[in-house]
Write a protein that binds this ligand. Sequence first.
Ligand code: GLU
Length: 298
Amino acid sequence: MSTTYIGRFAPSPTGPLHAGSLVAAVASYLDARAHHGEWLIRIEDIDEGRSVPGADQAILALLDSLGMQSDREVVWQSRRKDLYAAAAERLGAHAYPCGCNRREILDSRLGVAPDGAAIYPGTCRHGLAPGRSMRSLRLRVPEPGADTISFVDRFAGLTTQHLASESGDFVLLRGDGYWAYQLAVVVDDAEQGVTDIVRGFDLIDSTARQIYLQRLLKVPTPRYLHVPVVRNANGEKLSKQTEARAVLPGDEAAGIDALVEAAHFLGLAFERPATLARFWERAIPAWAAMLEARQAAG
Ligand code: GLU
């Protein structure tokens, strides 16, 4: 097992934590503890329009009540905008001002990225047309042929994405003035020295863009592990939109139930312990054993 391990859980405070985010929290925490590493909490409230007042404190209180505390001071993205601005500056000519609005990009019908976003047709790549003003800042991705990013996900294995056709030039600074998730997450993970990212599989499509940004910013690429996403009976990812039931901080018994459910979802089989402390005592070695078994199976 590696000597340096810094992991993190990075919830967006758009509402209370639901079963899906709890799985990501538990997986990242177990992986950090199994590696005798550090585990950090970062509140990803960079999209201030979507942040719900008080949700950050509710998430922190819930994690705390379940026995998951950040090993360092919690950071809030909304208080770190200078870091994102400085990184955008460092990207130099890889970034360019874009004057297009959402409608114009959709109308170009160039295609849709795996995450559902419309692929940017490149209209402003070579400069803003006369009379257009900047709405957003975009990152220029390499031409087809030079745009392949591959990484080995610890669960999904070799994963490859072609940035030109599957992402296109993506936004760094949004039309509403907020820094984009892709830039903020790369800057924060690098600044916090994160070595291992454990998060939901829905974010695997973002990983190639983040690795490309890491290369441009000359910061290390962490290891990645994307865990399965919890879905409801209709096969939809749990979110506020699908009315995911929030995990409520309550008595210890309710907390243990929620944790055991998350652990079972992650493939860890053990009997329900009577105390929270006992849960972690069992779950950490169970996670380590599961990783070893996966490795042995190739
Ligand atoms: N803030 C993101 C979310 O809540 C997670 C980002 C990440 O783990 O990279 O979905």
